[in-house]
Write a protein that binds this ligand. Sequence first.
Ligand SMILES: Cc1cc2nc3c(=O)[nH]c(=O)nc-3n(C[C@H](O)[C@H](O)[C@H](O)COP(=O)(O)O)c2cc1C
Length: 362
Amino acid sequence: MIFDSYSNSALQLANRIVMAPMTRCRADHTDAVPNDLVVEYYRQRASAGLIISEGVPVSDRARGYLNTPALWNEAQAAGWKPVTDAVHAAGGKMFAQIWHCGRVAHAALHADGSAPAGASIKPVATQTMIPGPDGKPVSVDCGQPEALSIQEIRGVVTEFAHAAKLAMQAGFDGVEIHGANGYLLDQFRCPAVNNRNDAYGGSLANRYRLLLEVVDAVAAEVAPERIAVRQSPYGLGNGMVADPEPLVTYPWLARELNQRGIGFLHIYCQTADWIHDATHSMMPALRDAFHGALIACGGFKTAAACEEILARGHADLIAIGKPFISNPDLVERLRRDAPLNKWDTATFYARGERGYTDYPTL
Ligand SMILES: Cc1cc2nc3c(=O)[nH]c(=O)nc-3n(C[C@H](O)[C@H](O)[C@H](O)COP(=O)(O)O)c2cc1C
């Protein structure tokens, strides 16, 4: 099953294995344009049925890390075109993951020195990297966020729509809206972070208002069947606090996305436990609510593990992260049940080709 094609009314994927979005920091922070090394990295991995790009910031202020290739201007779109061309030439498909880091950021990462954007002024107790005095990256605490005004929220919606438009121009087959992992859209969902008393805080509908406005604005640029939305239920990364009612929250969103005909709902299990538990209620609840493709992610390393969740009907596609970093030919290795190269965490966010484009194929 995992090696069978998948199609909806807008696109066809050669198999059901998705390369999960992974930030790799190989661009230059100044222009945030993908370079030849980025082209080669994605070209090597094009046998995935679908590649979801690393998180691609939608504006300068959306950036939370050093050297992330972005998508807010024409030069960046032009830099992505050779990437999507290479993936297509190798028979693959690719979505851009459009991203706003929100409070997980630092003013020194923004060209205009603007403070991190927040749902509220609550800071996050996590670190990021900024350029040190000698230009070398140094770890620092994320900065004090400013709560977005209503006008600034409208600006964020426009930025996502503009990035989606540029993604189409750059030859991507669709976009994934990054609504997971404690970044801006997840910060609005999280009642422990979002203490607003306007239309974007309080009730579930209010806390998901920004995400759904982004979805609607993106859907004006990209066919809904080519849109994915990523969520991380139960995820506590980047200062998220346990959702009081996850089995209400996430199915509520799934129904809203379903009504809009969104093609893909991408569920990342950060702890890699509940998603592998056939008796857990979350994936069946999402399945009932959402009739597009459900993507499951977190800890899938064998074809058998992928087949198991597909067979019980709790997912249509499986996204795989770290094994794709170290195995450019992961699909072939899963097919043959061949051993996998180990990934090197030290080079996840390093510079250059080491640990990026130099992993061997079978
Ligand atoms: C180096 C690295 C970078 C990541 N960057 C992103 C990202 O940009 N966007 C995102 O949604 N998830 C990101 N993730 C999470 C992965 O998409 C994936 O959910 C996670 O690695 C779990 O899958 P796995 O167990 O197959 O690795 C990243 C993970 C790693 C290891």
